[in-house]
Design a protein around this ligand. Structure first.
Ligand code: NAD
Length: 456
């Protein structure tokens, strides 16, 4: 605790001395981070392979490229995004003008998880640093190889009083959460999100929660075609299904369900071959606890694709279950692995209502060629974000704010949204003194009230 407290105090003094205020300094800091990330790419590849058997292609496309792009883009736009925003001034405040000032919060804690060990720690850290905050990053203990390399990268890119990594698990998070952080940014499960929220309440720290949930995919009858199956299979089995915005389950009209299954099977074969355990494009489950949890969800009776597994290798092949109903065990919690239940429906409104009875998901996907039904689904269900005729790709648009709603989290980041998420938006009125209307000051008279009523 003493060590964390000292680091916290050091960062606080660094912040209070104004060291993070200069925009050029902030841009230099995130660029330095980007340079060290690039310089360590080989070690990052090795670490993420050991943690998750992720291929270098997948690592670069889903983690590193996004971080480097974010650094480049924020560097180009930071001055504009942090400029005071001119706001209209109302009559009673004239003569004067109004501004919203974009200012850093101060001491910031970023808690990450293991499934994208660099993206989910470095990307929010880039936003936090660019917004002018000193940062402590606590990566997940379950991706320990990645966590060690991240600590090395941060230490070589930035001074500890600006940014530092604290490695460890529940104990470290618990100790860190006792400190009065100005901002806490948490990525992880809904249950731990509640623990973090309770701890943040003690200090009334500003909080962002990036959580999970069961993200549905609706496939309407006019959309059953190879490209639909291709995009679902890609989004679902990326990182062996361990992606917060991965499709969790499919809802498909009963008349085309079997056609969709055939298309899914064809795409699984095309992407991962007859033996996916030999495919470099297919990852592994993070640990035996998650492996056992996932295996318990596979019911041999309705396994129509895959279902093959090997505990020693933490391998579960891309698996599709059909037909599944909302009362099946696989529908009781977020899957977070390579198992895809397919639920046939006969009435779209009933399917929408069933999804509405579940906790609000992080993402939702609709495959539909015509606009009416998809718009009805999108407007009738509350969720964080999603795609029409694709999966996962909304996260790849850096102009779109990213986040959940309710049980899938709150707050938004990426690009400008990230800068604002890590900033206090200070509302100011600047008044002139050369005129000072007497009306608001006592003693109050009937005459003053008359004028006031006219003015307001
Ligand atoms: P988790 O909640 O178990 O762990 C996340 C972090 O919390 C880790 O750093 C861990 O050390 C810490 N932690 C764990 N237990 C704790 C406790 N009792 N007290 C304090 N800290 C604790 O997360 P997980 O289950 O490993 O990750 C998977 C979940 O994260 C899924 O639900 C997934 O959807 C979600 N997720 C969300 C996003 C997003 O961007 N919204 C991204 C990735 C993952």
């Amino acid at each position: 605790m003493k060590k964390h407290q000292e680091l916290f105090e050091r960062q606080k003094q660094y912040f209070l001395a104004g060291n993070t205020r200069d925009i050029k300094h902030r841009i230099d800091s995130i660029r330095s981070l980007g340079n060290e990330l690039t310089r360590h790419e080989k070690q990052i590849n090795e670490a993420v392979f050991l943690d998750l058997r992720k291929s270098s292609f997948e690592l670069f496309s889903t983690e590193i490229a996004g971080i480097l792009h974010e650094i480049k883009w924020i560097s180009a736009k930071l001055r504009k995004w942090t400029r005071p925003i001119a706001i209209r001034t109302n009559l009673v405040n004239l003569p004067g003008h109004s501004r919203v000032l974009i200012e850093p919060y101060g001491n910031t804690l970023i808690i990450g998880t293991w499934n994208y060990p660099f993206l989910l720690t470095v990307k929010p850290a880039v936003s936090a640093l660019a917004a002018g905050n000193p940062v402590i990053i606590k990566p997940s203990e379950f991706s320990s190889h990645s966590s060690h390399i991240l600590a090395e990268i941060i230490a070589s890119a930035l001074p500890p009083e600006l940014c530092s990594v604290v490695e460890g698990g529940v104990l470290e998070v618990t100790e860190l959460l006792k400190l009065p952080f100005d901002k806490i940014f948490f990525t992880g499960s809904t249950n731990v999100g509640k623990i973090v929220m309770r701890a943040a309440a003690e200090n009334l720290s500003s909080l962002t929660l990036e959580l999970g949930g069961k993200s549905p995919v609706f496939v309407l009858p006019d959309a059953v075609q190879p490209v639909t199956a291709k995009r679902i299979v890609w989004g679902k089995f990326l990182n062996a299904g361990q992606t917060c915005i991965a499709p969790d389950f499919i809802l498909v009209h009963e008349s085309v369900a079997e056609n969709l299954i055939d298309n899914l099977a064809a795409q699984v074969l095309l992407m991962f071959g007859p033996d996916p355990s030999k495919s470099v494009a297919f990852g592994r489950i993070v640990d035996q606890r998650h492996f056992d949890r996932l295996i318990s969800m596979i019911d041999e009776k309705n396994t129509v694709i895959g279902g093959i597994h090997n505990r020693n290798d933490l391998f579960i092949s891309p698996t599709v279950l059909y037909p599944v109903s909302f009362s099946d065990p696989v529908m009781k919690e977020e899957i977070f692995g390579p198992i895809l239940p397919v639920i046939p429906y006969s009435n779209l409104q009933d399917a929408v209502n069933l999804v509405r009875s579940l906790p609000k998901p992080l993402s939702l996907y609709v495959f539909n060629q015509s606009g009416k039904e998809r718009d009805s689904i999108i407007s009738n269900i509350s969720f964080g974000g999603g795609c029409v005729n694709d999966t996962v790709m909304h996260i790849a648009n850096p102009h779109l704010p990213f986040g959940g709603v309710g049980p899938s989290g709150y707050g938004r980041y990426h690009g400008k949204a990230g800068i604002l998420e890590f900033s206090n938006q200070k509302s100011m009125i600047y008044k002139a003194t050369w005129i000072d209307p007497f009306i608001r000051y006592p003693p109050f008279t009937g005459f003053k009230e008359k004028i006031l009523r006219k003015l307001l």
